[in-house]
Structure formats: structure tokens, C-alpha cells
Design a protein around this ligand. Structure first.
Ligand code: BTN
Length: 316
């Protein structure tokens, strides 16, 4: 399937015979593979008698060699997948099976991309970045404190470096342009927080997606700039910023990021409502503490809040 997609990616017509020869299978098998490709990925393939098959829209797939070379500079292995349920789920499963870490999984498509608080993450084929970095640690407290905020900052740096200068953060780790979400971070753990812990940092960036049915305001790099962005360049840039951020966190802890994080917080000083399960708290955002918890001032009191299930919205 991967090779079939690579052949069709140029958006030109390819005859069943040519595809069959290239893949060493019959024309009937090509017909079945095309139907499976459509069913699995949601891609549309035109079939024209006498011309063969072509993708309804040209795809630019990730440049595997270029990315693998750049990631090797950080000592990271990278695995490319065409279509997975979720890069985070796959990374966690591989860590649990004892795969050599650290590594990154990049996919062209996720069939069941995972978002925070049990939500899904829209992941069309060849359009966006689906990135999961897996590692193992014996010092969870040190490496996990504020980790999701550190990753959010690395994502903002990568996006700004590629020209999306309006990218900023919303606590704890949403990446927004104005009020619209362009990227998200989902950290998943397994193992023993007091002993060996398997950690997956998942990052999803809306890169060239221009249509989607998402029940919250969203945008993409392409919608913001008006032109296609290079997903391979973004993957490489994100890896560079993430590697540097993880190293700084290892050496100096989360406190080293606090001021920079607040400087990029789009809702700094805003009046907000924080939802904690069934309960809501309203107050003014003062910033974050040394562990990345949100500091809210309400009724003359300053309180800190943390936890993956919390969600923040601007007060009406
Ligand atoms: C959020 O809800 O803001 C977090 C979204 C995280 C999505 C990314 S895409 C790559 C990785 N694999 C997943 O299933 N989720 C994360």
C-alpha cells in the first residue's frame, strides 16, 4: 500500500498495467488495493478508462531520507507509517514491548488520532503533521514536571520559525493563532511513576488542511499564510526545537521556561473560566508557577491549578 500511494502521489494518471508491473502484482490486485486505499484513508482516486488511476488531488508525502538524516543528529530513530490508528498508541505499545528508545513515529494518516480529554484528533492523509516521540525515564518527577508546556513552547518556536508569527499558547498546551487552534500536544505515560516510566509526547499540527468538520475553532498553517507549508521542514524544525527544549529541561528543570512560556501565553492577564470536571472557577490569569500549574486570581485569592483534565475558556 505504501508503494502504491508513493506511485500515485504525483496526481498523474497511472495505468493498472504500469502499477501492477511496478508492484509485481496483477491488474485485478491493483483494483482491489486502490479500493482498500480509498476505504482506509478517505482519499479519492479517479478511474478513467484508457488512462488508469489518479489521485483526485496531488499529495506531497514526507521526505523520509531528509527527515531521517536530520533526526539522526539528535540520536533519534524515526519510523514512518502510512496509516495508523494513532502514532501515540503505536509509540506506547512499542515502548511497552521494549523497543529501543528514544524514537519518533511519523504517520501520513491516523485513523483514530487521539486528543486531550478523550477527544479525537482529525488526521487526514498527507495534510498535517502527526508526530510521537517515545522515551523511557527513571526520574519521572524531574522530566515530567511542566513537560507538556515545554513541548508547547517548542511547537510555537517551530511554527514561528516557519513564518506563523501569530502562533501562541493557551494553558496548558494548546497552540493557537488568535482564537483558533493550530496544534495540540498529548503526553501519555505508562509504567511506574516511582520507577521506570514509558513516555510518549504526541504533537499534531494542522499544516495544509483546509477543510474539516471540527467542533471547535481551528486553523492551519496554510489557512493562515495562503500557501502550502513543507511538512518535512516542519518535522525537522520541530525535532530541533524539541531536542533543545528537552535537554534544557533535563539540565535546569521547568523553571528555566517559565518566563518565556508566560511571554507566549495568549491569555496572560485575561479573565477566564476554568472547568474542573463538573466544577468551574472564574478568575484572572496571572501566569504559571514553577511546575507549570496555572495561577488564577479570584476573590482576592491566588490559587494554582494543574491536571490534564482541566480546560480553560475566556470569560464571556
Ligand atoms: C489536543 O487535544 O490538543 C492534543 C492533540 C494531539 C494530537 C497528536 S497527533 C500525533 C499524536 N497521536 C495522537 O493520536 N495524538 C497526538
Amino acid at each position: 500500500m505504501d508503494r502504491l500511494l508513493a506511485l500515485l502521489a504525483d496526481g498523474e494518471f497511472h495505468s493498472g498495467q504500469h502499477l501492477g508491473q511496478a508492484l509485481g502484482v496483477s491488474r485485478a490486485s491493483i483494483w482491489k488495493m486502490i479500493a482498500r486505499l480509498e476505504a482506509e484513508t478517505g482519499l479519492v482516486v479517479d478511474r478513467v478508462r484508457g488512462n488508469g488511476y489518479r489521485l483526485a488531488a496531488k499529495l506531497s508525502l514526507l521526505d523520509e531520507d531528509r527527515i531521517a538524516r536530520a533526526f539522526a543528529a539528535h540520536g533519534w530513530q524515526v519510523n514512518f507509517e502510512q496509516s495508523v490508528t494513532s502514532t501515540n498508541a503505536l509509540a506506547l505499545a512499542r515502548l511497552q514491548q521494549g523497543a529501543k528508545a528514544p524514537f519518533v513515529i511519523l504517520a501520513e494518516h491516523q485513523r483514530a488520532g487521539r486528543g486531550r480529554r478523550g477527544r479525537g484528533w482529525t488526521s487526514p492523509l498527507g495534510a498535517n503533521l502527526y508526530f510521537s516521540y517515545g522515551f523511557v525515564t527513571n526520574d519521572a518527577t524531574r522530566y515530567l514536571t511542566g513537560l507538556s508546556l515545554v513541548v508547547g513552547l517548542a511547537v510555537v518556536a517551530a511554527l514561528r520559525g516557519m513564518g506563523l508569527v501569530g502562533a501562541g499558547l493557551k494553558w496548558p498546551n494548546d497552540v493557537l493563532v488568535g482564537r483558533r487552534k493550530v496544534a495540540g500536544v498529548l503526553i501519555e505515560l505508562s509504567g511506574d511513576p516511582g520507577g521506570e516510566c514509558q513516555v510518549v509526547i504526541g504533537v499534531g499540527v494542522n499544516v495544509n488542511m483546509v477543510e474539516a468538520n471540527i467542533d471547535q475553532p481551528w486553523t492551519s498553517m496554510k489557512l493562515e499564510s495562503g500557501h502550502e507549508a513543507d511538512r518535512s521542514e516542519l518535522a525537522i524544525s520541530l525535532a530541533g526545537h524539541l531536542a533543545a527544549a528537552l535537554e534544557l529541561q533535563r539540565l535546569q528543570g521547568f523553571d528555566a521556561f517559565r518566563a518565556e512560556w508566560e511571554a507566549h501565553h495568549l491569555w496572560q492577564g485575561e479573565n477566564v473560566t476554568l472547568r474542573l470536571g463538573e466544577r468551574e472557577v472564574s478568575g484572572k490569569v496571572l501566569g504559571i508557577d514553577g511546575a507549570g500549574a496555572l495561577l488564577l486570581s479570584a476573590d482576592g485569592d491566588v490559587r494554582s491549578y494543574s491536571g490534564g483534565e482541566l480546560s480553560l475558556r475566556l470569560a464571556p
